[in-house]
Design a protein around this ligand. Structure first.
Ligand SMILES: C[S@@+](CC[C@H](N)C(=O)[O-])C[C@H]1O[C@@H](n2cnc3c(N)ncnc32)[C@H](O)[C@@H]1O
Length: 205
């Protein structure tokens, strides 16, 4: 899926994945928020998770291919109560410089890249985390292809298994790494009984 695909999706009247934050992000972020923390949202879309994170006090950098998605996020941000710190960056995450030991949290929510690209990105995410920093992600799992729920790309190579995450993030402390079968209700494009992989992992050294 290229930039045009996402621009078209985000040009529709309804928010593609709703306004509420992803449930796993909501569970995982509440307990770690502090005012001085930096959070990078890779593939931020229309910003539901970035806005939620910023409302908890994070300084958020939101990176996405789609300028239209980022613009929607910035419009929603201005209607939110309070001052939110969100820097929107229209960029391909596969070439975005994450730096080193820079981020307290990196979010990747339903960011589905081909295997070679995501393996390289995950390596750079680990390098980019500060000590004590966390990566939080959710993605559709290969088993989702057998499910009735709507969402995610119908292509095996783009789906992410628990086993892959356990291997790729083995240098981190895996606080949660699991495959879950659950009902999703996130706007028109993520609906119904689905199988996803969830990761919450901390860099301890
Ligand atoms: C399924 S949407 C999820 C959006 C958001 N994370 C959420 O949960 O609402 C996937 C997002 O990843 C973005 N994306 C896909 N490939 C990308 C890439 N190579 N670089 C930057 N963004 C990308 C798309 O533009 C899209 O906004």
């Amino acid at each position: 899926m290229n930039k045009e695909f996402w621009d078209n999706r985000y040009s529709e009247r309804e928010l593609a994945y709703g306004a509420a934050p992803n449930e796993f992000v909501k569970e995982s972020l509440v307990s770690v928020a502090q005012r001085t923390f930096s959070l990078l949202d890779l593939g931020s879309g229309q910003g539901r998770n970035s806005i939620f994170a910023a409302s908890l006090g994070y300084h958020v950098t939101a990176v996405d291919l789609s300028q239209i998605g980022l613009s929607t996020m910035m419009k929603s941000k201005t209607t939110s109560a309070g001052q939110l710190s969100i820097a929107p960056i229209a960029h391909d995450v596969t070439t975005y410089d994450l730096g080193e030991k820079k981020w307290d949290v990196v979010l990747m929510v339903f960011l589905h890249l081909p295997l070679a690209q995501r393996t390289e990105l995950f390596r750079r995410v680990i390098r980019g985390l500060r000590f004590g920093g966390k990566v939080i992600m959710e993605a559709y799992a290969p088993r989702h292809l057998e499910m009735p729920g709507k969402g995610g790309p119908p292509v095996r190579d783009l789906l992410i298994s628990e086993e892959e995450l356990r291997t790729t993030f083995q240098s981190l402390n895996l606080e949660i790494c699991r495959e879950v079968s659950h009902l999703i209700d996130e706007g028109p494009y993520h609906q119904g009984q689905s199988v996803t992989t969830q990761l919450c992992a901390r860099k301890s050294s």
